[in-house]
Design a protein around this ligand. Structure first.
Ligand code: 8YV
Length: 331
């Protein structure tokens, strides 16, 4: 008998078709954001789930869904999952690294440029019908080419942004990361390691790409913003909660820094009201990985993992991007 799996959010139909070749599939065509209790109800009798980066998975939820063996996400970030709890209960978890790196880096760069060159702010002005004459300093922002690009978090996406900055825009690239990159990688990227305070002080454009964890919660708050240049911009494409949004709204209101570009927010899809009130911020609804080919690749990778994790297909037992493969080795 085919095992049952749950697809937690609406996805491309052919992705569901791939799952149907191996499993009995329940979908969420209406794309409802289920509450925790609704999710638990839908997970009853399911051996696997196809998920995104937004379903919180913890020990109590797993205990309520004892048949669940695999939770495969189309997101690279997995701060929504209590990985040790999954491992302890023998639930295989996978994420979707690599396939979204370049697309997300493109977006990070675009958001940083839109922020530096005041693109959203000037577009709103034009749409309001306020453009009546040219002026010498109208929406004059800061340059991107030749400026200092500071990258906080130098994983795959951080490195892809560094390449764009150094090779495409002649930027001086500095970075801060928990662990320093090998000298050869730094040389290839054209990036120099800096302490966190030095990074904050020297960056003309700071881009945040660290994963969210208890350690990175409010990594950038009032004290860090106070170190930045008044002319600097801050772009966050990582996760809400890494930046203290209340402190950032205050810093933008006080022109403590020049501008910010935010794709992620604390408590999203809610946005701190202070951020909605200031003009010098570009706000996007968590779309950094949202190109059609990349979203398809992310979803297909989650399906590859789910099929393999539940012992089907050519890679049975070997999900390609498992986060806790030891779970399968044990069973
Ligand atoms: C996703 C992301 O769109 O992959 C991630 O970690 O933040 C985004 O690419 C989102 O998490 C999907 O749920």
């Amino acid at each position: 008998m085919k095992k049952s799996v749950l697809v937690c959010r609406a996805v491309f139909p052919d992705i569901v078709d791939r799952l149907r070749e191996h499993f009995k599939v329940e979908t969420n065509e209406a794309d409802v954001v289920w509450s925790r209790d609704e999710l638990i109800a839908h997970l009853q009798g399911k051996a696997g789930m196809f998920m995104t980066g937004t379903q919180p998975i913890d020990g109590a939820l797993l205990d309520a869904c004892p048949e669940l063996r695999a939770a495969c996400s189309m997101a690279v970030g997995y701060n929504n999952v209590d990985l040790p709890a999954c491992t302890a209960r023998g639930v295989l978890v996978s994420n979707a690294p690599d396939v979204l790196t370049e697309t997300t880096a493109d977006f990070g760069f675009a958001l940083m440029m839109a922020t530096a060159r005041r693109i959203a702010e000037s577009e709103h002005y034009l749409r309001r019908g306020e453009w009546t004459k040219w002026s010498v300093d109208a929406f004059a922002g800061s340059d991107v080419h030749g400026a200092t690009l500071g990258i906080l978090g130098m994983g795959r996406i951080g490195q892809a942004i560094a390449r764009r900055g150094a090779k495409g825009f002649g930027m001086k690239v500095i970075y801060h990361n928990r662990s320093r990159l090998a000298a050869a990688v730094e040389a290839e990227l054209g990036a120099r390691y800096a302490g966190k305070d030095e990074l904050l002080r020297e960056s003309d454009h700071l881009v945040i790409v660290v994963p969210y964890s208890a350690e990175s919660h409010h990594l950038v708050g009032a004290a860090e913003l106070a170190l930045m240049k008044p002319s600097a911009t801050l772009t966050n494409i990582a996760r809400g909660g890494i930046v203290d949004d209340a402190a950032l709204a205050q810093a933008l209101r006080d022109r403590r820094i020049a501008a910010a570009g935010l794709d992620v927010f604390e408590g999203e899809p809610s946005v701190h009201p202070g951020l909605l009130q200031v003009p010098n911020v570009v706000l996007t609804p968590h779309i950094a990985s949202a190109s059609i080919p990349t979203r398809r690749a992310m979803a297909n990778l989650a399906v590859d993992n789910l099929i393999a994790a539940l012992g089907q297909g050519p890679n049975a037992g070997k999900p390609p991007t498992a986060l806790n493969p030891q779970v399968l080795a044990r069973s």
